[in-house]
Design a binder for this molecule. Structure first.
Ligand code: GP9
Ligand code: MN
Length: 616
């Protein structure tokens, strides 16, 4: 079949085949060593490899649509696909998840190539690019150009058509469930291969953009009736209105997981101040974060809107043109002023735009603070300086107000100046995990500074304080080292428990109490409104239920479709008993399936369909 020929015909086939093979080998190595794709059978592996090869054959064949520059196009495609692959490698290293199109588009909104990204780049990553150099040299090598592969154009087209389509169709039948579980990105990659996953993701995103145009107000009624059923008739707790007319001060504890509470490292408490404050507060040890790819911005979105985050990207970046009935707008009806404080740039997570849509009156961002080399680290102003510089602004706000403080120092990769290190690091082999506990300790000191200063003012008695962790700080990639600190191996059931974040509601003059309610961030807005004695607006589309109310049917749903209740957790299609951590029969979890699905789907409908416009 290979022949030396002067003909120009098909001389680019060599580069095409080399490019496909090289990238296929590279990605297969990464499937094994970087992306931990759960392949359990021969067919899982075979279809993953076959779909990956077929998508590469398909993508590189684009070059043959052109009459000229086919070799050049193959090389450009190779570099582009390698860049996508490397983007996934970096993202996966921290999040154990695959990049989505919205994540790529929001790159500029999350500070671009920050210290956090740099921390994920390893020196050996250079090996992921050596093949690019090899391909460029081969493409320039004149000897190769003398060899042609003789294959008729029609035959080539039919062949490519078959090898591209057959594995993908076969895999779609084999993994038929993935159509209904499009939030399960690992399953889509396993079913379609990495590059077809990205194409599928682009298709899904463009489909969701159409939803807003097609949505109508009848969808609102359906969702509103579900919400009404969930709220039930007993929507008043015994705490209803205890903080009526008070300021609401919410403090976001950056990346703070519940495991830091009451924990000692080398005999020193990690959170001495929070441990003391929780004795004088309503403390919720069974409270979970529900964020997804939008991290802090998701936590803010959930708090203010009582909706679920999107499974790809952040609502702050993707959907700020929507109508929202957010907490600042609800409280404005009760004469509340709303402000957010954060020691990072205003554009980060597109906050300045999102806040406008939510109805905030003022955003104190980096430009409102004095930020210099000494008082900043990582993303911005150190927490202690942040609180100290914020209090004068806070004192000036018209009362009553809803003020939100977003701390920042306890952020991946957990950097600290030596003078801010209050405790020694644990000694695991993973510096990132070791440093985490010291930056949490610094954050705790900042909270102490804040309360000490605020207690000197009248603000303290006129306010209630809600402190909660925005999301996890230690991702699955670091569970081996975290297991060393916790003293046990981390199982799937433990992973669910690691999604717990602290929640403290401090109401001056009220005794502390441990509240065992199993709840999530989606319940925060209802809880705050309950304390203020304010009702949700009529027909509100929100999924939270006040954490101060008993409800045996409570569940906490997560964006990937998993959920937890007081007794059971449903993780990766398996039901676990929380107490023993053991797998149990599916029917213990099944009573919740339909409500969990309904809430996640309805929340998506509200966001993608911009349904709240029908309420205004
Ligand atoms: C940055 C802060 C932290 O402004 O919100 O961002 P995160 O990475 O946690 O979303
Ligand atoms: Mn955060």
């Amino acid at each position: 079949m290979v022949q030396k020929a002067p003909s120009e015909k098909n001389k680019d086939l060599w580069i095409y085949l080399i490019a496909v093979s090289l990238l296929w080998i590279k990605i297969s190595i990464l499937y094994k060593w970087c992306f931990q794709i759960n392949t359990q059978s021969f067919w899982d592996i075979f279809l993953l490899e076959a779909t990956t090869l077929s998508s590469l054959l398909g993508i590189f064949s684009i070059g043959f649509l052109f009459k000229k520059h086919r070799t050049r196009i193959s090389v450009i495609l190779y570099l582009f696909l390698t860049a996508i692959l490397y983007g996934n490698v970096l993202y996966y290293r921290f999040y154990i998840d695959f990049v989505t199109v919205p994540v790529l588009f929001q790159f500029k909104n999350v500070g671009g190539l920050s210290q956090s990204t740099l921390e994920l780049i390893k020196f050996y990553d250079v090996f992921l690019f050596l093949d690019c150099l090899g391909l460029i040299l081969l493409a320039k090598w004149q000897v190769l150009k003398q060899y042609t592969l003789s294959i008729r154009k029609k035959t080539f087209q039919i062949l490519i058509g078959f090898v591209v389509i057959i594995p993908i169709v076969a895999s779609c039948f084999y993994h038929s469930g993935f159509w209904n579980q499009s939030y399960d990105k690992e399953l889509i990659v396993k079913s379609l291969g990495l590059y077809s996953y990205h194409i599928f993701d682009i298709y899904q995103n463009s489909k969701s953009s159409m939803k807003s145009v097609l949505a109508d107000s009848s969808e609102v009624e359906e969702i509103a009736s579900y919400v009404k059923k969930k709220q039930g008739s007993d929507s008043i707790s015994k705490y209803h209105g205890v903080a009526s007319g008070k300021n609401v001060i919410v403090i976001f504890l950056e990346s703070t997981q519940a495991i830091v509470m009451d924990r000692e490292i080398d005999g020193q408490e990690v959170t001495p101040y929070l441990n003391q404050l929780k004795q004088e507060s309503l403390y919720f040890p069974n409270f979970y974060h529900q964020t997804a790819q939008g991290k802090t911005s998701d936590a803010e979105f959930i708090l203010d809107n009582s909706l679920y985050p999107l499974s790809g990207g952040s609502v702050f970046v993707r959907k700020t043109n929507n109508h929202f009935v957010a907490l600042p707008k609800i409280l404005k009806e009760h004469e509340y002023y709303s402000a957010s404080f954060h020691g990072n740039d205003a554009f980060f997570w597109n906050r300045e735009v999102a806040y406008e849509s939510f109805g905030y009156d003022r955003f104190f961002s980096k430009k409102d603070f004095e930020v210099n080399e000494e008082n900043s680290i990582n993303y911005g102003l150190k927490d202690i300086d942040f609180f100290q510089q914020s209090i004068p602004y806070l004192s000036e706000l018209p009362e009553p107000y809803y003020a939100k403080f977003l701390t920042l120092t306890n952020h991946f990769p957990y950097l600290l100046d030596p003078e801010d290190q209050w405790i020694s690091e644990p000694e695991t082999g993973q510096g990132m995990v070791n440093r985490y506990f010291t930056t949490v300790r610094y954050e705790d000191e900042a909270i102490k500074t804040f309360f000490e200063e605020i207690k000197e003012t009248e603000i303290y008695d006129n306010s209630i304080f809600v402190l909660f962790g925005d999301h996890y700080g230690i991702s699955k990639s670091y569970y081996d080292a975290l297991g060393e600190v916790l003293g046990h191996e981390i199982t799937a059931n433990d992973d669910m428990e690691l999604q717990k974040v602290p929640l403290l509601i401090h109401i001056p003059g009220m005794d502390g109490q441990e509240m065992m309610t199993v709840g999530g961030q989606v319940d925060l807005r209802a809880t705050i409104l309950d304390l203020l004695g304010v009702s949700e607006p009529d027909g509100a589309l929100s999924f939270g239920k006040s954490l101060l109310m008993d409800d045996p049917k409570r569940f906490v749903a997560f964006r990937d479709g998993s959920f937890t209740t007081s007794k059971y957790s449903y993780i990766d299609h398996t039901c676990y008993a929380k107490e023993t951590g053991k797998k149990v029969k599916r029917n213990f979890c099944s009573p919740y399936f339909s409500d969990v699905q309904q809430e996640l789907n309805d929340s998506d409908k509200i966001i993608y369909g911009d349904l709240l416009r029908f309420l205004e």
